[in-house]
Ligand binder design. Structure first.
Ligand code: C2E
Ligand code: MG
Ligand code: MG
Ligand code: MG
Length: 281
C-alpha cells in the first residue's frame, strides 16, 4: 500500500519535473548551437537627453532568432544560459557585438551631430562576479579596436550586493577604461544608501514598473521623485526607462530626470533599423 501510494506520488510529480528538466536540456544544447550558428541578434532602443533632445545612445537588448520558435526575448532563455554557464560566452558575444557596432558608427560617421552615442550592455551576474571581468572587457575592446567611452555597462543592485567585496574594485577598473557604469531597474533591489555612496557609479536607471504607474499613482510619484533627487544629490545621472506617455516625461523632467528611454522615444529595433531611424532624425 505504502509502495502504491509512493508510486502514485511519484507519477504525480515526476512527469512535470522531467519535462522541465528535459526542456531546459534541449534549450541548453540549442543555445550552444545558436551561438555557433549566429542566431543571436542585438536590438537597440534609443535613449535621449531631455534638455538638448540629443540622442545619448542606445541600450542593446538581446534577441534569439530561433529556427523553429521565432524571435525570442531574453526572459525566455537567459535564465537557462545562466544555469549552464553558457551566459559567459553569450555575454561576451553581446559585448563584442556592441563594441563592433560602436566602432562602425565612428567609422561611418553615424554619430555626427548626436550626443555621445554610447551603447549600453546588460551584464549577467555570472559575468560580473567572475574574477577578472574588467580584464575580459579590456581584451574584447582591444580585439575589436573599440574605446571604453563608447560603451556603458548596466548592472543590477543584486549583482552589486552579491559581490560587494569586489564590486568597488571591478567598477573602478571598468571606469578607468572609460566605461560608464549604471544601475539597472533601480528601486527594485536592496542597495542601501551607504552602498550607493561608496560604489563608483555613473548612473541610475529608474525601473519601468515605477514609471508605468505615473503620472497618477501617488506611491510611484514619491519613489521616482526620491530616486531622481537622490541621484542628483549624489552627482549621478538618472535615466527613466519604459517612458510611454508625454505626461510621464513631463513629470519626470520636472523633477530633474535628464535621460529618457521607452516607447515614447522609440521601441527596441534591429541595428539596421536603428541606424535608419538615427539618420532620419
Ligand atoms: P532591462 O535591461 O530592464 O531592459 C528594458 C526592457 O524593457 C526591455 O525588454 C525593453 O524592451 C523593455 N522596454 C523598454 N521601454 C519600454 C516601453 O516603453 N514599453 C514596454 N512595453 N517595454 C519597454 P527586453 O528586451 O525583453 O529585455 C528584458 C530584460 O532582459 C532586460 O531588462 C535585461 O534585464 C535582460 N537582457 C536583455 N538583453 C540582455 C543581455 O544582452 N544580457 C543580459 N544579461 N541580459 C539581457
Ligand atoms: Mg537594461
Ligand atoms: Mg531595466
Ligand atoms: Mg530588467
Amino acid at each position: 500500500r505504502a509502495k502504491a501510494r509512493g508510486r502514485a506520488t511519484y507519477q504525480f510529480f515526476e512527469p512535470a519535473l522531467a519535462e522541465t528538466a528535459y526542456a531546459d536540456l534541449v534549450l541548453e544544447s540549442e543555445l550552444a548551437q545558436g551561438l555557433t550558428r549566429n542566431e543571436f541578434e542585438l536590438y537597440l532602443q534609443p535613449q535621449v537627453e531631455a534638455n538638448t533632445g540629443q540622442l545619448s545612445g542606445a541600450e542593446a537588448l538581446l534577441r534569439w532568432r530561433h529556427p523553429e520558435r521565432g524571435l525570442l526575448s531574453p526572459d525566455r532563455f537567459i535564465f537557462v544560459a545562466e544555469r549552464h554557464r553558457l551566459m559567459l560566452a553569450l555575454g561576451e558575444w553581446v559585448l563584442r557585438e556592441a563594441a563592433q557596432t560602436a566602432r562602425r558608427w565612428r567609422e561611418e560617421g553615424l554619430i555626427q551631430g548626436h550626443g555621445p552615442m554610447r551603447i549600453a550592455v546588460n551584464l549577467s551576474r555570472m559575468q560580473f562576479n567572475l574574477d577578472g571581468f574588467a580584464d575580459t572587457v579590456k581584451r574584447v575592446l582591444h580585439e575589436v579596436g573599440a574605446q571604453g567611452q563608447w560603451l556603458e555597462l548596466e548592472l543590477t543592485e543584486r549583482m552589486l550586493i552579491e559581490d560587494i567585496e569586489h564590486a568597488p574594485t571591478t567598477l573602478a577598473a571598468l571606469r578607468a577604461q572609460g566605461l560608464t557604469v549604471s544601475v539597472d531597474d533601480f528601486g527594485t533591489g536592496y542597495t542601501s544608501l551607504a552602498h550607493l555612496t561608496e560604489l563608483p557609479l555613473d548612473k541610475l536607471k529608474i525601473d519601468q514598473s515605477f514609471v508605468a504607474r505615473l503620472p497618477d499613482d501617488v506611491g510611484a510619484q514619491a519613489i521616482t521623485r526620491a530616486i531622481v533627487q537622490m541621484a542628483v544629490g549624489l552627482g549621478l545621472a538618472v535615466t527613466a526607462e519604459g517612458v510611454r506617455t508625454a505626461a510621464q516625461w513631463q513629470l519626470l523632467a520636472g523633477w530633474g530626470c535628464q535621460q529618457f528611454q521607452g516607447d515614447l522615444v522609440g521601441s527596441p529595433m534591429p541595428v539596421a533599423e536603428f541606424e535608419a531611424w538615427v539618420k532620419a532624425r
